[in-house]
Design a protein. Sequence first.
Lengths: 331, 264
Amino acid sequence: MVQNIIDVRNLSKSFDISTKEPGLKGTIKHFFRRETKSLKVIKDISFEIKEGEIVGFLGANGAGKTTILKMLCGLIYPSEGSILVSGHLPFRRKENFLKNITLIMGQKQQLIWDLPPIESFYLNASIYDLDKIEAKKRIKKLSEMLEIDEELFIPVRKLSLGQRMKSELLAALIHEPNILFLDEPTLGLDINAQRNLRKFLQKYNKETNATICLTSHYMKDITSLCKRVICVQEGSISYDGKLDLLLKKLSPVKEILIVCRSEEDAIKLENSGFTVKNKIKNEITIKIENNSITSSLKTILNNFDIEDLFINEPPIDEIIGKILIKKDYDI
Amino acid sequence: MNLRKYLKVYKKFLHTSLASELEYKTNILVDLITAILSLIGSIFLLSIFFQNNGYIGGWEFEQALIIQGIYTILNGITNTWFNPNLTEIVKHIREGTLDFVLLKPIDSQFFISLKKINPSGILEIMLGYCLLCFCIRINQININLSFLTLSMITISCSICILYSLWFFISTTTIWFVKTWNATEVLRSFLYIGRFPLNSFSFSLRIFFSVFIPIAFITTIPSEVFLGLSQLWKILLEVIVAAVFLITSRKFWLFALKFYSSASS
């Protein structure tokens, strides 16, 4: 049986936020007397993650995804509740725990700006107490997986964003962690760089059985990497389960474009009881519920003269977008 | 603490930091010229003060030069290690890159205090050392084991006090986010350390001994050089240094509990 590697129980986090009125008057007032209010950004959440799982955290900006990741890796103290990651209390940041995890943030970098990435790799290797031979071996292996070579010897400031991100990944994985926390790792990357990064993460997960917790606003990252998603809405979990079930739940019907041999067939089909979205000459678009697609298609093919048909999957960004709108969608 | 690992990491810090600095040759040259001009300017300023009667606070010009020498060494240490590292704390906290430091299996205080080095500050340390050697000659100071031991102890304590003060102020960034000005105020106070403590009024002497112990930083080591030091003062400096060092460490660990990281 696969063990739980992350166990979160009734976790909450509050921050003290200072508020400021607009204008000069507000600025002066803010300078002398700051009004602060406690804001509960994470509200009593619980979940478990099994070893080797890739879990995507979905939610709008400010929903609390990054705060959850930061509490899981021990950067932020929880206000209430408990977290156990790989048998450790993360916020104690014990050496054995830190050697097991890594955090990669798409918008922040740890590489030394003026030097080639290889210098940062060897620095990290010494911090993780790896000898030179072992470090060299791991750099070679990871650089092959990430398909980077010459870039290792070019100053970071002269690398493209995609090359820099690959180097960031290598620097963050040199100690071969078994839990990866990724906060928008593909942010700002072009389509090819995004695809390469996803390919690498899939391969890394397959080869090392590492657990990956991921946040991303690029739906392709989520759909190609995560079987399971946790949706965060205003600090609470609104859905925790399989991605395909969520998609079915959010989009219970499919659109089918049917091209009939003649316009008469299209008219016959229009009046046969299916929900019609639109009809142009001999082309008709109907809506069918997911659970009755097979039987409905069978009926159509047996009773009408069909030239061609297309099943249109609704755009995933559109579906997921529904749950990113605050207070607007109940899963 | 695994000392071997920390030495290995420090060696890497030195290597990467020097390599980064050497990427900008002109910058290093300008820094070196600034250090030499700053020392010449300080000695010139000091000589003006001594022009009238040759004494300030009971110290002759040749004796006061010892304070200048110690100040130059301490300023060199500040420019070599404290300035490049401790001012970065503010940046780390504002931009949230402290996350990377905290997630490394290494002491975070060690990491953020020693990661960088500014090689031009080393020249200042060497200049200060040369000035001290010159002072030893003109003041006819007898070099023996006890002199060497006591001067080493007092200068080391001065470094600890200075580091702790700076680190303490930088740590408050966790709550106040921006504290550049506070570290600048500390640097301004440090300039005061170029003059003998006795040259100030009684109230200022109390202030610079009790509240901001600048007096300990330069005057006591200088007294050791001149054989004027009293054992209780040296002991007091050791105690003050230990208290400052321990307090700054505890304060850092306490402050980290309030670190909220920067938003993404």
